[in-house]
Design a protein around this ligand. Structure first.
Ligand code: ZN
Length: 468
């Protein structure tokens, strides 16, 4: 029996099943056999040779799902901490994005993928819009396949219009070689619709339809995409179920109605929206329009890459808005509408539903794939007492408390340490990418990129477009 086939039983934990009734069970075991959850219950009998993990004083929950992360940018972790969205666009679209070689995309993806599983994110959409050539795409997939997590490749290329890159024979060949029947958990087309009436993006939507894959798009991003893009998609019949709208922060009620009516969902990246300028994190509007929500971290070039931060900021931003709207009407909120339980759902089940994977992942119920996270840290004062289980996950726990992670029944992190992952090699590759970028750009541009000036004129030209 190889180690990955070994049954696993987590003993005596507080289990957030995230099933349809959101059942919470204390002092409970989770038994994993093969790649599936076999049983959830008290004092379970485990097969001989099962790996026993003590979950006492810990919380067992489904692996989290991030529906939008630009993993290639992990190679520049933290560099853009003081950026606005405009500076991000200048950097990646005009200055440095083109400098990424296939090995740089590989390096960023590798470290980002390791970071995901380390923090309990077992499924991640790699919103990979730096794929200038299919060599870059091969490198992206090589990295994702090298890490034992679930990854959906959302294929994009900011250096060309989507009608250009998606219609090439090279792209079709890549799809045939790497995606169709391949090892990844899924595939999407990733591109934006800035609202040009010519709607050249139509050709890319037709490719998606032809391949039977979903589209993910940055929508409702102030200064970049707005209601026009949504309207063009709608009028041309491309707002289909399974489409993932990222941010959706500056849209009219009309656009929200269209998303709700056509079976789409919104990926909310609260840390990003709060800081970069896409618009106010929209959960308060999405709740009003009954639009399904998933969570995402967007990019570690600015922010943290873990969903604890996403849950925390999303809950706080929603409540902040609820209070401010009431204050504007001289009223007082006495009861919050959004609860911690709901954001934990968005971080798990919400992501699974957004990706059409709800029958397989997102909850701890027998028969589902065993993507399991144990949050437990006996050395941390913040992990005791655990009274409000959802509140504890959202406001008390953090990525350093992720004790054990299983992906499809395979233990990828145990006792707080990654299993079978070469972090040192990934760090060395990212180090080489940083050296390459720094040398190619020159020290002056490198430093100016990281430390943007505060100019006299307050409004900068926004270069967010496909063509010059
Ligand atoms: Zn994004």
């Amino acid at each position: 029996m190889s180690d990955s086939d070994r049954p696993v039983v987590l003993r005596n934990g507080l289990v957030l099943t995230m099933d349809d009734s959101r059942t919470v069970l204390s002092g409970t075991d989770v038994l994993v056999i093969g790649d599936r959850i076999a049983e959830v219950g008290h004092n379970l009998a485990a097969p001989d040779g099962a790996l026993e993990i003590d979950a006492t004083d810990g919380i067992i929950m489904p692996g989290m799902v991030d529906t939008h992360r630009h993993m290639w940018q992990t190679a520049m972790r933290g560099y853009g901490a003081d950026w606005t969205l405009t500076q991000y666009f200048v950097w990646y679209y005009l200055e440095s994005g083109k400098l990424f070689r296939p090995e740089d995309v590989h390096a960023g993806n590798l470290l980002g993928a390791i970071e995901a599983i380390d923090s309990g994110v077992t499924t991640t959409v790699d919103w990979s819009h730096g794929l200038q050539t299919t060599d870059h795409a091969d490198a992206a997939v090589d990295a994702l396949e090298a890490v034992p997590g679930r990854f959906v490749l959302a294929y994009g290329n900011i250096q060309q219009g989507p009608w250009q890159w998606s219609t090439t024979p090279e792209f079709r060949d890549f799809y045939r070689r790497r995606i169709d029947g391949g090892k990844l958990a899924g595939f999407q087309l990733a591109f934006d619709i800035p609202g040009d009436p010519a709607f050249q993006e139509k050709a890319a939507f037709e490719v998606a339809r032809d391949l039977g894959v979903k589209v993910t798009t940055h929508a409702g991003v102030w200064g970049a995409t707005n209601d026009d893009g949504i309207r063009l998609m709608y009028e041309n019949g491309f707002m289909t179920p399974g489409t993932v709208y990222v941010h959706a922060a500056t849209l009219s009620s009309d656009s929200y109605h269209r998303i709700a009516a056509t079976g789409g969902s919104v990926s909310v990246s609260t840390e990003s929206e709060q800081s970069a300028g896409q618009g106010y994190p929209p959960t308060w509007m999405l709740r009003k329009h009954d639009i399904p929500v998933s969570l995402s971290m967007d990019t570690s070039v600015w922010w943290s890459g873990d969903l604890f931060s996403a849950m925390r900021t999303t809950l706080s931003a929603d409540r902040s808005r609820e209070h401010l709207e009431a204050h504007a009407a001289k009223e007082t909120i006495t009861h919050h509408h959004l609860r911690a339980e709901q954001v934990v759902d968005w971080a798990t089940r919400g992501g699974a539903k957004a990706l059409g994977m709800d029958s397989e992942i997102g909850a701890l119920t027998p028969g589902r794939k065993a993507d399991v996270v144990l949050i437990k840290n006996d050395a941390s004062p913040a992990m005791f007492p655990v009274l409000h289980p959802y509140g504890h996950v959202v406001y008390q726990a953090q990525r350093g408390d992720v004790h054990t992670v299983l992906v499809g029944g395979k233990v990828v992190k145990q006792d707080g340490k990654l299993v079978g992952v070469d972090l040192a090699a990934a760090r060395a590759k990212v180090g080489a990418t940083v050296d390459h970028l720094r040398e190619t750009m020159g020290e002056d541009l490198w430093q100016r990129g990281m430390n943007p000036e505060i100019p006299e004129a307050r409004i900068l030209h926004n270069p967010y477009q496909y063509t010059k």
